[in-house]
Design a protein around this ligand. Structure first.
Ligand SMILES: [Zn+2]
Length: 145
């Protein structure tokens, strides 16, 4: 797991040491085209600060990434790129599919029969008992600060 800024691909893009196709940039974030898109028009919104994971200490960065993600969404829908819907995806941690350990928000167009989908485990389809849902809610609630 790489959390070091020096060999971070996104920091190198932000510093203009690697090329990227820039969609949007301000003092807080940069938005670039994903080199390996789920669908054409796949954009990554990346905070300029090297933040490996989104957490409470970076909630302003997280909120701002989504704010710019919504702008990208609106732009995609107005563009000529096929886009019937938009997915937002933020993988936080290796087990969640994070591959670059500099937080980033995926914003990508969806259209019917585009071949992309989520794969759910068989357990997903089994409704959970209320007592278990309440137990899990309580477990999470007591950790919210
Ligand atoms: Zn970085």
């Amino acid at each position: 797991m790489k959390e070091d800024k020096t060999d971070c691909i996104f920091c190198r893009i932000i510093e203009r040491k690697l090329e990227a196709s820039i969609v949007y940039e301000d003092e807080t974030v940069i938005a670039i085209m994903d080199l390996q898109p789920v669908n054409p028009g796949h954009v990554l919104v990346i905070p300029k600060e090297h933040i490996p994971y989104i957490d409470h200490s970076h909630d302003d960065a997280g909120a701002y990434m989504f704010k710019i993600g919504i702008k990208i969404n609106e732009a995609l829908k107005k563009s000529s790129i096929p886009c019937e819907g938009v997915n937002y995806l933020l993988a936080d941690g290796e087990a969640a599919g994070q591959e670059v350990f500099h937080a980033h928000l995926h914003v990508f167009p969806r259209f019917k029969a585009d071949g992309f989908g989520f794969r759910f485990s068989e357990k997903y389809y089994a409704p959970t008992e209320r007592t278990e849902l309440d137990r899990l809610a309580s477990e999470i609630k007591k950790q919210i600060v």
